[in-house]
Ligand binder design. Structure first.
Ligand SMILES: C[S@@+](CC[C@H](N)C(=O)[O-])C[C@H]1O[C@@H](n2cnc3c(N)ncnc32)[C@H](O)[C@@H]1O
Length: 259
């Protein structure tokens, strides 16, 4: 018997008849498949389907290998035990889920880009196709929920935070790992130059859709800083919200508790 909520086996998700509707749509977003900052969920899912094949490699190159350190820090912040049931939301290729599962906890990857889930098919963790704002899980199903580099992409992130609270038991934990604002102001300026100029150019060497990385840079610039995100998490129904900066604030880990 599975230990967690019912999940769809990967073989069912990735069969030929399981292609997402949006991947068959013509590219209606201009000549490139790039979501604007006023994104809609289909555009976001389609954009991630487009970068899925080389997503892991591109991440490691663009983060100069820091992504592994950020994922480990996320796992440690969750303080997981083998008895825990964990939702890794917006898990993409499940690279983040595999790191969480090294704790011995039962971890499920959920994402609405079937292309991303399929790119991680070889990763031996349960995977579920689902939208962060309408999760296919019962109330209080999980001991912990986490989302890495995903909340910024959820169009209605307040709805996503509320859904995460709904599926977490009372006393359960949330950790959000997300790009944030560097704390050293002169570095923050350099960083924004790096993001806006170098990142899309570097992505053109490794990514299957470099224009998606222009969106990435723009979305990071538009994202709330540490204190602002903490307020939004609290407003969405979480308590005891606190954060820790990683890599000088390039990334922040926000932790919170379900009341
Ligand atoms: C940058 S990737 C992060 C993947 C993974 N967590 C990691 O750390 O590498 C963002 C993911 O968020 C997913 N996503 C965005 N909006 C979503 C939503 N509303 N519901 C489910 N997944 C969503 C995308 O499909 C994409 O796979």
């Amino acid at each position: 018997m599975p230990r967690g909520p019912r999940v769809i086996p990967s073989s069912a998700l990735f069969g030929p008849s399981a292609q997402p509707t949006h991947s068959r749509l013509p590219d209606t977003f201009g000549s490139v498949n790039r979501a604007s900052l006023e994104k809609n969920p289909h555009e976001v899912a389609s954009m991630f389907d487009g970068v899925a094949r080389r997503y892991d490699l591109t991440n490691t190159v663009l983060s100069l290998g820091q992504d592994r350190f950020w994922r480990r820090a996320t796992r440690e912040a969750l303080r997981l035990t083998p008895a825990d049931k964990v939702l890794d939301l917006a898990a993409g290729t499940a690279v983040s889920t595999v790191e969480l599962a090294t704790s011995g906890a039962w971890c499920v990857a959920a994402d609405f880009s079937v292309g991303m889930l399929a790119a991680g098919a070889a990763r031996d963790v349960p995977k579920v196709a689902g939208d962060a704002t309408k999760l296919p899980f019962a109330d209080e199903s999980f001991d912990a929920v986490t989302i890495s580099f995903g909340l910024r992409n959820v169009v209605d992130h307040t709805a996503g935070l509320r859904e995460m609270a709904r599926v977490t038991r009372s006393g359960g934990r949330l950790v959000v790992c997300e790009f944030s604002t560097p704390t050293f102001a002169p570095f923050a300026t350099v960083y924004k130059e790096y993001l806006m100029r170098a990142l899309p150019r570097m992505a053109s060497a490794v990514s299957s859709n470099p224009d998606a990385y222009v969106y990435l840079a723009e979305s990071i610039r538009a994202w709330p800083d540490q204190a602002d995100l903490a307020r939004r998490i609290e407003a969405a129904g979480w308590t005891n919200v606190r954060w820790r900066n990683l890599s000088g604030g390039i990334v922040a880990l926000h932790a919170a508790t379900k009341p």
